[in-house]
Design a protein around this ligand. Structure first.
Ligand code: ADP
Ligand code: DP6
Ligand code: CO
Length: 327
């Protein structure tokens, strides 16, 4: 195959990944657990271009920045190494989620790129190998390979750090997108900076490892209340440790805090809902399926609301031989 297209969707972590043990292999300091969404997909096409001397990366219809293109090239280098190829590629990708805004564009983006590139370069990877590969592009992408709920095992090396499906009760995430531009500090830089400068970082790592154990137990027990409590407290701790870096990084805006406050009020009024936010100002609210519409209606004045259910992991949508090859 010399051209392939893949679809992947963002995932939102209920237990967050925020810190790397190994930046080259992209091994996290702790495991994490997420829901892959059934909304806001990314579509990525990789076409081999033997006549080209460099890779080209078109994101959302325009040539991506040098930094973004280099990140794609470094990732394609890994795929080429596995495939024993030196052929350059053109990557065209479109995110329905806003790029670099805390709605997991890097997760959907690198899961889609991992699948499309491995197919275009003729690799046949099983789900575990694909998750390990996607991890090298963006850690959170390891989880967008997987359908529904996924646990990413921290692992001890390249082979053992991958995501796989985990059973969880039926749930929804109501996405509340507030009005905000691209983030100033990428997740990558922010988590490095936090680990290097926050006096609380080791406490974050220890408590997140415990949170993950408890979350997996709560998922097995189908205990929605405990899942929700752990989700909200783990998110607030991630934002606390990020704000305790020097200089501080703050991703939550007043509009985001307003959503957290509104969710607390919903709970006080008897509607079970729990808030989380990734490295950005948008908030995601966990509820049981039967409460999702009420939660969404209650929060609609605070941002653009969408109800997400558990979505599919990455899928190849088409592949073939491109016309570039004969040229
Ligand atoms: P987010 O919160 O959106 O995941 P990150 O800071 O983690 O933000 O990552 C944003 C970066 O991820 C972008 O600047 C770009 O380098 C990369 N990225 C986003 N979407 C894609 C995509 N579809 N294909 C390849 N890389 C992407
Ligand atoms: C807050 O996976 O985007 O969303 O691995 O450096 O690409 P890199 O970072 P990324 O970080 C995600 C951070 C988070 C939490 C999470 O998704 O677990
Ligand atoms: Co990201």
């Amino acid at each position: 195959m010399t051209i392939a297209t893949a679809h992947a969707r963002p995932n939102i972590a209920l237990i967050k990944y925020w810190g790397k043990r190994d930046e080259v292999l992209m091994l996290p300091q702790t495991g994490s657990l997420s829901m892959t969404l059934d909304i806001l997909p990314t579509t990525t096409t990789v076409e081999l271009t033997p006549a080209h001397e460099v890779d080209t990366f078109i994101l959302g219809g325009t040539t991506a920045s040098q930094v973004e293109t280099e990140r794609v090239t470094r990732f394609l280098d890994l795929v080429r190494e596995l495939a024993g190829s030196t052929t350059r590629a053109t990557v065209r990708s479109r995110n329905e989620a806003p790029t670099a805004a805390g709605m997991a564009s890097s997760a959907a983006g690198f899961a889609a790129l991992a699948a499309a590139a491995s197919a275009a370069y003729g690799l046949e990877l099983d789900s575990r190998a694909l998750s390990r590969l996607a991890r090298r592009g963006s850690g959170s992408a390891a989880r967008s390979v997987i359908d529904g709920f996924a646990v990413w095992h921290a692992g001890v090396d390249d082979e053992t750090s991958f995501a796989e499906a985990v059973e969880a009760p039926p749930m929804r995430l109501v996405s509340v997108a507030v009005n905000a531009p691209r983030k100033k500090v990428s997740s990558r830089d922010a988590m490095r900076h936090t680990a290097l400068t926050s006096p609380f970082h080791s406490a974050w790592v220890d408590s997140t490892a415990r949170d993950l154990e408890e979350m997996q137990a709560a998922c097995r027990a189908q205990d929605f209340t405990r899942i929700g409590e752990l989700t909200e407290s783990n998110a607030l701790r991630m934002h606390a440790v990020t704000q305790s870096a020097q200089p501080a990084i703050r991703y939550l805006l007043p509009e985001s805090i307003a959503v957290f406050n509104a969710v607390q009020e919903l709970r006080d009024g008897g509607l079970e809902a729990y808030a989380t936010a990734d490295a950005g100002p948008h908030v995601f609210v966990l509820s049981q399926p039967e409460d999702a519409s009420a939660v969404s209606d209650a929060l609609a004045s605070l941002g653009e609301v969408r109800i997400a259910g558990p979505g599919l992991g990455v899928r190849i949508e088409g592949q073939g031989t491109s016309t570039q090859e004969s040229g």
